[in-house]
Design a protein around this ligand. Structure first.
Ligand code: GRF
Length: 211
């Protein structure tokens, strides 16, 4: 059976959606860069081995990344899943897990890479916002896109309300993407992800300007 590890930094709701999903693989460990990440308790309660690689204990990003890679390699995972893991990773680390590391980002990439995506979406008056699961590459919040989900942005939205609407979709698309990977259905060709086998129903969504 294939194995994956999940990297978190905090709440861990995406991790939870993955542990709750019926995936064709086993979560070998949840690893956090913060000892106080709330998600660790949930993982422990589920009997999933947890580990902390505290970034504050390392003098440089490179040394932290090396320690993190060592911890991940102990589990020999087929897939590394970044789920709210709030550290920028060095090129060497990204290369080591090339083609076998996924991330979820709370925007319709390539729009709004980085932080505060919901406030930015509201500030720019976009009508559609959403989330993206993508393979991790050396440039921040980029990399071949596996799946996206869109949600409407309403005129009276606050960043918190919009974030909650997006998060609901994150919990739908991340387990789907991880399932596809573990089932060997994803292939990257010319920087684009191809899904082998049956496609899920496509949803389309249009949101007009406010009246
Ligand atoms: C999610 O919005 C995810 O897209 C982003 O960080 C947040 C993590 O939330 N990368 P959680 O820890 O999974 O609840």
């Amino acid at each position: 059976m294939k194995k994956f590890v999940i990297l978190i930094s905090g709440r861990g709701s995406n991790m939870r959606s993955l542990l709750d999903a019926d995936l064709p693989g086993r979560c070998a460990a949840v690893i956090s860069n913060r000892p106080d990440a709330a998600g660790l308790d949930f993982a422990k309660a589920r009997g999933v081995p947890v580990a902390v690689v505290d970034h504050k204990a390392y003098p440089s990003r490179t040394e932290f990344d090396a320690a993190l890679a060592t911890e991940i390699d102990k589990h020999a995972p087929d897939l590394v899943v970044l789920a709210g893991f709030m550290r920028v990773l060095c090129d060497d680390f990204v290369r080591r897990f090339d083609g076998r590391m996924l991330n979820i980002h709370p925007s319709l990439l390539p729009a709004f890479p980085g932080l505060d995506t919901h406030a930015k979406a509201i500030g720019l008056g976009v009508r559609l916002h959403g989330c993206t699961v993508h393979f991790v590459t050396a440039s921040l919040d980029s990399g071949p896109i596996v799946i996206q989900a869109a949600v409407p942005v309403w005129p009276d939205d606050t960043p918190a309300r919009l974030a909650a609407r997006v998060l609901e979709q994150e919990h739908v698309i991340y387990p789907l993407a991880v399932r596809w990977f573990l089932a060997g259905r994803l292939r990257i060709e010319n920087g684009r992800v191809l899904l082998e086998g049956e496609m899920p129903a496509q949803a389309s969504l249009c949101v007009p300007a406010a009246q």
